[in-house]
Design a protein around this ligand. Structure first.
Ligand code: FAD
Length: 309
């Protein structure tokens, strides 16, 4: 049997990949989405989304993504399980490889998103799952009436710190700058909570404990003074790195993001990137979705053009 050639292979089933799938189905293209975990992407880790248009009330991240997945599947788009390990373009065809399967397509869209950045301090690896977490929505309930520490100062850190106040008796936010980067509405929520204490100009030096996390050693970088905060859990939200291990290195900028133009086109004709993995992304669901639509429409145009040659 000859190998099947898809019009477009989409890598990743987060908001960018699923939206590309929706637009591809409606354009009548033969497409497939490859996803290494479950469809939904990072959003499933967010307990509440209130900035995605169309929902008058906040919606749980997993609920929003279940709807996006259902919409994609209803339109007939296959979502296959597999981790893409490498890809290349040979004679106008993309070869996309997973551990046990090879896909061929005329165009391809990389929508592999981003993953949590590590603090890279002693104890982080050792206590992962034993007090160290990157997801308050997933693990917050384990910290009922306990003391927790959140590291970071962006939207996600503030959102997740506020979420933890539902369970924890106390939430410290440790932030290396003297003010937060997160949006005003989230800052107001955090400032208004009597369970939250903020330590600005501070960094975590070490996560300590025996079986599980017992304390964190922090340093005030303005004064050089060190102190120890006893805690049961440390939640780390210090940014995200693009997921790019399978991407040809010449496509990446110095931050590891895939360079694209306004059509989401990379330097390789027919290869597009969408969402958090691409350069200058604002890392928002609505923007990832818009990128996915843009990439798919541009891929469609590209396929039509090569067919006319
Ligand atoms: P992702 O959502 O990261 O999806 C990428 C998908 O690709 C994943 O499912 C991944 O498993 C898959 N994948 C990766 N590598 C491979 C591979 N090699 N092979 C196959 N599949 C692969 N944004 C908002 O707009 N509002 C919010 O309130 C908000 N809150 C957030 C809260 C949290 C806790 C987090 C973590 C993020 C939040 N965001 C929010 C940001 C938002 O989630 C991201 O901007 C968005 O998910 C990016 O979508 P994406 O499709 O580009 O990537």
């Amino acid at each position: 049997m000859e190998d099947k050639i898809y019009d477009v292979v989409i890598i990743g089933a987060g908001p960018a990949g699923l939206t590309a799938g929706i637009y591809g189905a409606r354009a009548g293209l033969d497409i497939v989405i490859i996803e290494k975990f479950a469809p939904g992407g990072q959003v499933v880790n967010s307990y509440e989304i209130e900035n995605y248009p169309g929902f008058t009330e906040p919606i749980a991240g997993w609920d929003l993504m279940a709807k996006m997945e259902e919409q994609t599947r209803r339109l007939g788009v296959p979502i296959e399980s597999g981790e893409v390990t490498s890809m290349e373009k040979i004679n106008d065809l993309f070869h996309v490889n997973t551990i046990d399967k090879k896909y061929f397509s005329r165009a391809a869209i990389i929508a592999s998103g981003a993953q949590n950045r590590k603090l890279k301090v002693a104890g982080e690896e050792e206590f992962l799952g034993r007090g160290v977490s990157y997801c308050a929505t997933c693990d917050g309930a384990f910290y009922k009436d306990k003391v927790t520490v959140v590291v970071g100062g962006g939207d996600v850190a503030l959102e997740e710190a506020f979420f933890l106040t539902k369970f924890a008796s106390k939430v410290y936010i440790i932030h290396r700058r003297d003010k937060f980067r997160g949006t005003d509405i989230l800052q107001k929520r955090v400032f208004g909570s009597d369970k939250i204490s903020i330590l600005y100009n501070s960094v975590v030096k070490e996560i300590c404990g025996k079986e599980k996390v017992a304390s964190v050693r922090i340093e005030n970088i303005a004064t050089g003074q060190e102190s120890v905060i006893p805690t049961d859990g440390l939640f780390i939200f210090v940014g995200y790195d693009p997921v790019n291990s399978f991407v040809p290195p010449q496509l990446l900028n110095k931050n590891g993001e895939i360079k694209v133009n306004m059509d989401m086109q990379t330097e390789i004709p027919g290869l597009f990137a969408a969402g958090d993995v691409r350069s200058n992304s604002r890392r928002q669901i609505v923007m990832a979705a818009a990128d996915g639509a843009t990439a798919l429409l541009a891929a469609h145009e590209y396929i039509n053009n090569i067919a006319c040659k």
